[in-house]
Ligand binder design. Structure first.
Ligand code: NAD
Length: 466
C-alpha cells in the first residue's frame, strides 16, 4: 500500500525541498515572519507539527483513495489523469504590516480542483502548516464530497500559512483582506465560493465578503459561513458537527448501539469537535475523553461538553478545564475504551504508529483526512466501523449550499428548516454510500469515493469536457 512507504518519511525529507518561512511569534513577538523577503512559496513552515501526526501528507491520503476507486471503476488512465489534477492553482503573496511596523509576507493559495458539477466550493484555512500540497488535497476532497452528497458544486480549497492565534484581530483582518484582494479574480458566486475552515470563522468570512464587495458591489453569495447579521444562515456554525452526529445516528444500528448509551471521545475541540460533542451529549451520549492542541483530558463518568465549550469560548483550553477529568497524554486519547471516536482536528493524526491502540467500535471522521490508508486498514482489520470524512463532515458544505441558495434569493430559512433539510441530505448520502458498500462488499470509504467519482465523470462527460 502506498502509504506504507510514505509513512516512513522523516521531517527532514519533508523540509529538504526548500527553505522554510519563519512564522510570526517564533522568536519573540512578530519576529521575522518572512519580513522583507520574497514569498517563499509552497514550503512547510517551521511551526512544530503536532507530534502525533503521520509523515504521510493529506495529498498522499486523498490520492491513495482516488487510486483505489479509479481502479475499481476501471477508469482509463487519461481520464484518471484529468480527474487527479487541479483545474487551477493560484499562489499569491500576502504582505501584511504587523505590530513591529514591518511588512511580513505570507503565502496564500486557492486551488480549484474540478468544476464539472458547478461552481467551486471549499474552505479557507489559516494555519502555519498550510502549503500547496495540502490545499490541493483538500480541494480534491471537496470535489468528491460535494458529489457524494449530491450538491451542485465542484471542489476547491484555500489557505494562508499564518498562525492567527499569534495575531491581533485587526492583523487577522489585514491578512484576510490582503488575501481576498489577490484572489478575487477567480472567485464569485458563480465561480468559486469560499467558506470557513481551520483557523477562520464567521468574522473572517465577513471581512472577505466586505473586501469582495468593494470591488464588485454587495455580493453576500460570494462566501458562506458569514455572521447572521450579514446574510449568514442559521445553523451554519453547528452544521459540520451536526452532520457528524446525524451520520453517527444512521450508523449506530450497524453496531447495535443505542445513541443514548454511546460513550465517545473527541480529538480537537474547535468548531467541528465542540459542536459534535454538544450534540452527542444532547442525544444522551457520554464524552469520556477530549483533546485540543493544548492537551487532553479523560473521565470515565463523563466530561460536560456544554461547560467545556463555554470554557473554550471564554479563551480557555481543554488542558486547563477545571472539572473532575484527569489530564492524559494526547496520544492516550486514542487508547480510551469507547464506542465512538470522533477525530476533529487535523489530517494524518491516526496513522500506523497509533491506530492499533484504538479501542473504539466506530469512528466518525469530522476532520479531513484524519486517517492514513495504513491506519484505515488496521482499523478495518480490528472491525472498527468507519464513517469516512467525505461523507461524515459534509454537513458544513451542505449548509453552506443552503446559505448560498438563500443569499441568491435574499431570503432566509428558519433554523429548524435548515437542520431538517440537512438531516435529509445526510440521511440520503449515508444510505447511498452504505448501499454501495454492501453491494461491493467494501468498507464505506471506497464506496463513497466511487460514488463521488462516478458522478463527476458523468457531469464532465455530459458537458463534453472529457
Ligand atoms: P478549528 O480551528 O475550529 O478547530 C481545530 C481544533 O483542533 C482546535 O481545538 C485545535 O486546538 C485542535 N487541534 C489542533 N492540533 C491538535 C492536536 N495535535 N491534537 C488535538 N487537537 C488539535 O477547526 P474546525 O473548523 O473545527 O476543523 C477541524 C477539522 O474539520 C479540519 O480537518 C477541517 O478541515 C475539518 N472540517 C471543518 C469544517 C467546518 O465547517 N469547519 C467542515 C468540514 C471539515
Amino acid at each position: 500500500m502506498r502509504d506504507e512507504a510514505t509513512e516512513e518519511r522523516t521531517h527532514e525529507d519533508e523540509s529538504a525541498d526548500g527553505p522554510t518561512v519563519p512564522q510570526v511569534g517564533e522568536a519573540g513577538p512578530h519576529a521575522g515572519a518572512g519580513h522583507g523577503e520574497p514569498d517563499k512559496s509552497a514550503k512547510k513552515t517551521e511551526a512544530a507539527p503536532a507530534p502525533s501526526r503521520a509523515e504521510v501528507s493529506n495529498y498522499e491520503i486523498v490520492e491513495h483513495w482516488f487510486g483505489v476507486a479509479a481502479e475499481r471503476l476501471e477508469l482509463p488512465d487519461d481520464l484518471a489523469a484529468v480527474l487527479r489534477s487541479s483545474y487551477r492553482e493560484v499562489q499569491v503573496q500576502v504582505p501584511v504590516k504587523l505590530g513591529d511596523g514591518k511588512v511580513h509576507v505570507f503565502s496564500g493559495y486557492r486551488v480549484q480542483h474540478n468544476g464539472a458539477r458547478g461552481p467551486y466550493k471549499g474552505g479557507i484555512r489559516f494555519h502555519p502548516e498550510v502549503d500547496l500540497d495540502e490545499v490541493r488535497a483538500l480541494a480534491e476532497l471537496m470535489t468528491w464530497k460535494t458529489a457524494i452528497v449530491n450538491l451542485p458544486y465542484g471542489g476547491a480549497k484555500g489557505g494562508v500559512n499564518v498562525d492567527p492565534s499569534k495575531l491581533e484581530a485587526h492583523q487577522v483582518e489585514a491578512v484576510a483582506r490582503s488575501f481576498m484582494d489577490k484572489i478575487e479574480k477567480v472567485l464569485g458566486p458563480t465561480r468559486d465560493i469560499p467558506a470557513p475552515d481551520v483557523g477562520t470563522n464567521a468574522q473572517v468570512m465577513a471581512w472577505l465578503m466586505d473586501e469582495y464587495g468593494k470591488l464588485h458591489g454587495h455580493t453576500p453569495a460570494c462566501v458562506t459561513g458569514k455572521p447572521i447579521a450579514l446574510e449568514g444562515s442559521y445553523g451554519r456554525e453547528a452544521a459540520t458537527g451536526r452532520g457528524v452526529v446525524q451520520v453517527f445516528q444512521e450508523a449506530a444500528p450497524q453496531i447495535d448501539l443505542d445513541p443514548a448509551d454511546a460513550r465517545f471521545a473527541v480529538q480537537g475541540f474547535g468548531n467541528v469537535g465542540s459542536w459534535a460533542a454538544r450534540l452527542m451529549q444532547e442525544l444522551g451520549a457520554t464524552m469520556v475523553g477530549v483533546s485540543d492542541a493544548s492537551g487532553a483530558i479523560a473521565a470515565g463518568e463523563g466530561i460536560d461538553a456544554e461547560k467545556l465549550a463555554e470554557h473554550v469560548r471564554g479563551g480557555g483550553e481543554v488542558g486547563d478545564f477545571d472539572g473532575s477529568a484527569e489530564e492524559i497524554e494526547p496520544d492516550d486519547l486514542l487508547g480510551l475504551e469507547c464506542d465512538v471516536f470522533i477525530p476533529a482536528a487535523l489530517g494524518g493524526m491516526i496513522h500506523k504508529g497509533n491506530a492499533d491502540r484504538m479501542r473504539c467500535r466506530m469512528m466518525v471522521e469530522g476532520a479531513n483526512s484524519p486517517t492514513t490508508p495504513a491506519a484505515d486498514s488496521i482499523l478495518n482489520d480490528k472491525g472498527v466501523l468507519i464513517v469516512p470524512d467525505v461523507l461524515a463532515n459534509a454537513g458544513g458544505v451542505v449548509v453552506s449550499y443552503f446559505e448560498w441558495v438563500q443569499n441568491l434569493q435574499h431570503f432566509r430559512w428558519s433554523e429548524d428548516e435548515v437542520n431538517e433539510r440537512l438531516g435529509e441530505i445526510m440521511h440520503q448520502g449515508f444510505q447511498e454510500v452504505a448501499e454501495r458498500a454492501q453491494e461491493n462488499d467494501t468498507p464505506m470509504r471506497p464506496a463513497a469515493y466511487e460514488l463521488g467519482i462516478e458522478r463527476v465523470v458523468e457531469a464532465a462527460s455530459t458537458r463534453g469536457y472529457i
